[in-house]
Design a protein around this ligand. Structure first.
Ligand SMILES: *Cc1c(COP(=O)(O)O)cnc(C)c1O
Length: 383
């Protein structure tokens, strides 16, 4: 192995544009190191304009954004909240913070996002018990929009407000409209592994500026307007710092470039591996354009002769990081008592995707040679 071949390849590592330092330097030069400040405001404006919504609040994480959106929608102890099952645990954890009960919905095999037919069954049943959900969290998985039209129609019919968890989907679209703009609230994450990053951070976006003001208030310790420290509500320390927002400003300049690169990485994997019988890439639904945050595929062990685990181990032996598809939340020990609605009665799509799915390294700073290393190892196993 030469030295280049020994370099670790990560699943999705931060990729700076080079302009971040300018904004950070400015923050230091003006001693604007505290939370809030000009970088925060500019970053919020940039993201809101990019997504095509009225406003945005920069927060310390995507999880914090989900939490305050649920709080704004009035989720209280014992309230049901609909949530996609095939996602990262942070999509559902904030439901628990507010004392709510997640009701998990399976994935649709055609796009791996929330299944409209499973959602319909869930809403019918919840209606019968007289406990319609307080909110619904629709996730855009791996950078692909959920099937918004049928989902939103159902939720509108039952008057359930929607939070779009677009943490993985900045830069993706549904029918030409940006992901994050479909619910009452949209959520983004700028964690280190996301398509752009502030090292850690998140954003809540909405057309409802009054709601965003309330969220901004809660996120800055709920300080009432008074000279002394006065509090009539419980607050949170959830704001993004002006230094980190500077990183975000530099990153937003290259968001479209990052999407194109992620898609090009997908295309190279696709060209090299698509013909393998029993290997299927995550489909891109015709209704939108994915940002292909992670290249994800399924392996049928009977046809390919290998399991996801075989591939993960082989890649790890060559110092390459890959991951199984998210373990569905209805299968997580911590959520084991929560209701779950599979795509079809007796047929859970997300269980199958978890058993057969793998995410390949997809960081935009990967070289073509690094991608070839991944392709070579996977191809060798398949033969
Ligand atoms: C990353 C992620 C989150 C959480 O975002 P953080 O900024 O890490 O708190 C929420 N939902 C999904 C789908 C994610 O991928």
């Amino acid at each position: 192995m030469d030295t280049e071949a020994e370099q670790r390849i990560y699943l999705s590592s931060p990729h700076m544009s080079g302009d971040e330092q300018d904004y950070i330097r400015e923050a230091f030069a003006t001693n604007w190191i505290a939370p809030l400040g000009p970088n925060v405001e500019a970053f919020e404006r940039q993201v809101a304009d990019y997504v095509g919504v009225q406003g945005a609040v920069a927060l310390s994480s995507g999880t914090a954004a989900l939490h305050l959106a649920l709080k704004y929608l009035g989720v209280n102890r014992g309230d049901s909240v609909i949530c996609s099952s095939l996602t990262f645990s942070a999509s559902a954890n904030p439901i628990i913070y507010e004392g709510g009960v997640p009701v998990f919905i399976d994935a649709d095999p055609s796009n791996w996002n929330m299944s409209p037919q499973a959602l319909a069954r869930a809403l019918e049943e919840l209606k019968k018990t007289g406990k319609l959900p307080k909110a619904a969290i629709i996730v855009d998985l791996y950078g692909q929009s959920a099937s918004m039209e049928p989902l939103l129609e159902l939720l509108e019919h039952y008057q359930v407000p929607v939070i779009e968890d677009a943490a993985e989907a900045l830069g993706a679209t549904y029918q030409g409209k940006p992901c994050g703009s479909f619910g009452k609230f949209g959520v983004f994450s700028f964690n280190g592994n996301k398509i752009i990053t502030t090292s850690g951070g998140g954003m809540l976006v909405s057309d409802n500026l009054k709601a965003l003001d309330k969220v901004r208030f809660w996120a800055t310790q709920a300080r009432d307007k008074a000279r002394h420290y006065q509090h009539s509500e419980i607050g949170y320390n959830y704001r993004l710092s002006n230094v980190l927002a500077g990183i975000g400003r530099g990153q937003m300049k290259v968001i479209d470039e990052r999407v194109n690169t992620r898609r090009a990485i997908f295309d190279r994997y696709y060209a090299a591996l698509n013909k393998v019988d029993g290997l299927d890439f995550m489909p891109e639904a015709s209704y939108g354009r994915s940002n292909r945050w992670l290249t994800t595929l399924t392996l049928d062990p009977e046809k390919t002769g290998v399991t996801v685990n075989d591939v993960l181990i082989a890649l790890e032996e060559h110092n390459i990081e890959a991951r199984p598809v998210w373990k569905p939340l209805h299968l997580q020990p911590v959520f084991k008592d929560c209701p779950y609605y599979p795509h079809e009665i007796g047929k859970s799509v997300s269980d199958e995707l978890f058993a057969k799915g793998i995410c390949l390294p997809s960081g935009t700073n990967m070289t073509e040679a690094e991608q070839d290393r991944v392709i070579e190892i996977v191809s060798r196993l398949l033969k």
